[in-house]
Design a protein around this ligand. Structure first.
Ligand SMILES: [Zn+2]
Length: 426
């Protein structure tokens, strides 16, 4: 008899939310006992208000705060190694990340490898890495997000591009989770339109995927409590956070994209990102995320307004949401009620519809939203053709950690079809 999982856990960072809370980072770091802190950010933010405020707050508490501003916008194994070297030489007893997912994820990796030195692939998720367990607690990390979106301040995951394989992979362990997220709407003022759109859609998918992921009790039980994954599948507590985040994104994303000065909309989107982070940080994402990694990783010449112009990229949230309509049509038969409920939370009119319509209704609701905020029409609009499908499939297959949370099993043939169906959405 196969032994199925019977337990689930909910882990979350402490969250402090509100305009101006960045000023409290010094107080919090002092409370956590740190004396020498690495402040991790990217070059575009090094002279920004959030970084200035964070450094001043730390120094006002007599904490030795050292700025590392070389985070790469989509981190790679090479950029992580640079941060790890800096962290190792700096002998820090605390970390502060100020920025988007890239800065937070880089800080998590720097903290891990400076605390428990190892080859980079040691802690990286199998099969790309060895998937070694983190040996113990890390130094305290406080995350100060400056984008609406990743929810990385609440999760134990760090994602990066492994250049040798041109694949996105990551490190995932609850020890990586920041002890606290300082979620400050002031830090997202004036964010470019497409950045708000893509990061908001990432939040939407975090919520939708957590809610529709394989239920935790259909996963195999772990050999020991130590190996229970942080991505456990949908469960009653993550459902609460995930569904609420879907509702909030649907309500506020268009306003946040169209008016960068709409403080209420941005504040609510930021809160939605945190909610979704608690959801997916414990449930996990599935196919839209798993399929997105090669879409971002294999980009040729696509560039987007509002992102650094020096290298082509398909922003994370965009590469995720372009796969979402095809995926939810495919997964809806596993649980039509959940797919319908998700569409309802996004404002769809369900009158006269039955379980057999669930996939189409959710897919169409997502498409309607992404058209409203000028997301390109499918993978073909960001530079892919049917001739790329083999490579895309081969890039998605190793994303085992998320692929196995699909509520409906996928192999090569299914993935191939899902990519083909994602080429053009309307
Ligand atoms: Zn994401």
């Amino acid at each position: 008899m196969t032994n199925l999982e019977t337990a689930f856990t909910i882990d979350a960072s402490s969250i402090k939310h509100g305009p101006g809370v960045t000023r409290e980072v010094g107080y919090e770091m002092r409370r956590l006992g740190a004396h020498r802190v690495m402040v991790v950010t990217d070059p575009r933010l090094s002279d920004s208000e959030p970084v200035r405020v964070a450094l001043k707050s730390l120094r006002d508490e007599s904490i030795d705060a050292v700025l590392f501003d070389e985070v790469s916008v989509e981190p790679t194994d090479v950029s992580l190694k640079e941060a790890i070297r800096f962290a190792t030489e700096g002998a820090f007893d605390g970390y502060v990340a100020v920025g988007g997912g890239s800065s937070m994820d880089t800080a998590k990796a720097a903290n891990l490898y400076a605390t428990y030195p190892a080859e980079l692939l040691a802690y990286v998720n199998a099969p790309i890495g060895e998937g070694r367990l983190v040996p113990g607690p890390l130094k305290p990390l406080i995350a100060v997000p400056t984008t609406i979106g990743t929810g990385s301040e609440t999760t134990g995951t760090a994602v990066f591009d492994y250049l040798a394989m041109r694949a996105k992979t990551g490190i995932s362990h609850r020890a990586l989770r920041p002890v606290m997220g300082l979620v400050d709407p002031d830090n997202t003022r004036g964010i470019p339109r497409m950045v708000a759109a893509c990061s908001g859609l990432d939040v939407l998918c975090h919520g939708l995927e957590s809610y529709t992921a394989l239920p935790f009790h259909r996963r195999l039980a772990p050999d020991s409590p130590a190996t229970r994954p942080s991505y456990q599948g949908s469960n009653p507590i993550s459902d609460v956070w995930a569904t609420r985040s879907v509702e909030m994104v649907a309500q506020y994303i268009t306003r946040a994209v169209q008016d960068p000065d709409d403080d209420e909309a941005r504040g609510q989107m930021l809160l939605a990102a945190t909610f979704a982070g608690v959801g997916f940080g414990n449930a996990g994402c599935h196919l839209p995320h798993g399929m997105s990694y090669p879409v971002s990783g294999m980009v040729r010449d696509y560039v987007v307004d509002g992102y650094p112009a020096d290298h082509p990229l398909v922003p994370h949230g965009m590469s995720v949401v372009l796969n979402a309509p095809a995926v939810f049509r495919f997964t809806a038969p596993t649980n039509p009620e959940r797919h319908l409920h998700a569409a309802r939370l996004m404002g769809a009119d369900l009158s006269g519809s039955g379980p057999e319509d669930a996939g189409d209704i959710l897919a169409d609701t997502i498409i309607k939203l992404i058209r409203e905020i000028d997301i390109p029409n499918g993978l073909s609009a960001v530079g892919y053709t049917d001739a790329d499908v083999n490579d895309l499939v081969n890039g998605a297959l190793p994303q085992e950690r998320v692929m196995k949370l699909s509520p409906r099993p996928v192999g090569e043939a299914e993935l191939r079809q899902l990519y083909l169906d994602s080429m053009t959405l309307w």
